[in-house]
Design a protein around this ligand. Structure first.
Ligand code: PAF
Length: 281
């Protein structure tokens, strides 16, 4: 497994493999890897000849009062985990390699980014879209892998790939969960023991909403209230948003009549967790 810190080295590595006719799978991450990331890498391993991951805590996608400085980082641990898949190369750039002095270009996906996490975290998706476009240009993969836990992120990335005619396939991989249903996230390490004990309420409330839809409840307001009531009853839980929106455009709807995304963001103390479930009309 190669550790590459320079863009030129990644291009060389990819070029050598391409000349041998090999397909390239890519998993962008911000490190502090967990089973969710490893599942993305395993899928890439099954589908592609060469697997490259990136580990880069992208400063552009964090707001000024967000957790960029305390975001968990542990390269040694990450390299050991990536080697178990195994992956072929890890791109681990410094911020200055990605954004040298004078850097001034950004990618803005409009519309889809006005709601949910886009509304709570202004600038977040601009940062994500910019770094992901740069990473796609550097690695030039045939396929890139993203987790369904970040459902809005996947929709934004699919949109930019289509709009900018990028020649790759986006593969979405189902959310990996702890035994009690909590979606795996690098941020779960921030949770105190009581917060960790309460956090599974998020997924339980999503499952209850899905059951209610299956039993015939199609009214979006009532479904959102059901989820809000259950989450608010958990100690320490503060809802940032809880919304049902149509897929794939994230338009506001009143009734469930086709595929819809029920997405929530919940704070436990300083920790903001997101999760979602797809409801079928
Ligand atoms: O999902 C993430 O970890 C990040 O948003 C990504 C896609 C690696 C971009 O920094």
């Amino acid at each position: 497994m190669q550790l590459l810190t320079e863009i030129a080295r990644v291009r060389q590595f990819v070029g050598e493999n391409r000349r041998q006719g090999k397909s390239i799978g890519f998993v962008p991450t911000m490190g502090y890897l967990h089973e969710g990331h490893l599942e993305l890498m395993r899928q890439a391993r099954r589908q592609c000849d060469v697997v490259i991951i990136s580990i880069f805590v992208n400063p552009l996608q964090f707001g000024p009062s967000e957790d960029f400085n305390r975001y968990p980082r542990d390269l040694e641990r990450d390299l050991k985990l990536a080697a178990t898949v195994p992956v072929d190369a890890v791109f681990y750039p410094e911020a200055a390699e990605m954004y040298p002095p004078g850097y001034s270009t950004h990618v803005d996906v409009t519309g889809l980014t006005d709601c949910l996490c886009g509304r709570s975290r202004p600038g977040h998706f601009r940062g994500v879209a910019t770094v992901v476009t740069k990473l796609f240009n550097i690695v030039q993969p045939d396929r890139a892998y993203f987790g369904q836990k970040d459902a809005q992120q996947v929709l934004v990335i699919r949109r930019l790939v289509e709009d900018l005619n990028l020649p790759l396939e986006i593969v979405t991989v189902p959310t990996v969960r702890e035994a009690d249903g909590l979606a795996m996230s690098s941020r779960n390490v921030y949770l105190s023991p009581p917060e960790r004990a309460a956090a599974p309420v998020i997924y339980q409330s999503l499952l209850n909403a899905r059951d209610a839809v299956r039993q015939g409840e199609k009214n979006v307001t009532r479904l959102e209230e059901l989820v809000q009531r259950q989450i608010s009853s958990a100690p320490g839980a503060q809802i940032d948003y809880c919304e049902i929106r149509a897929l794939p455009n994230l338009e506001r709807i009143q009734q469930i009549s086709g595929p819809a995304l029920l997405a929530v963001a919940v704070r436990f103390g300083q920790t903001r967790l997101i999760d979602n479930i797809v409801l079928e009309g």
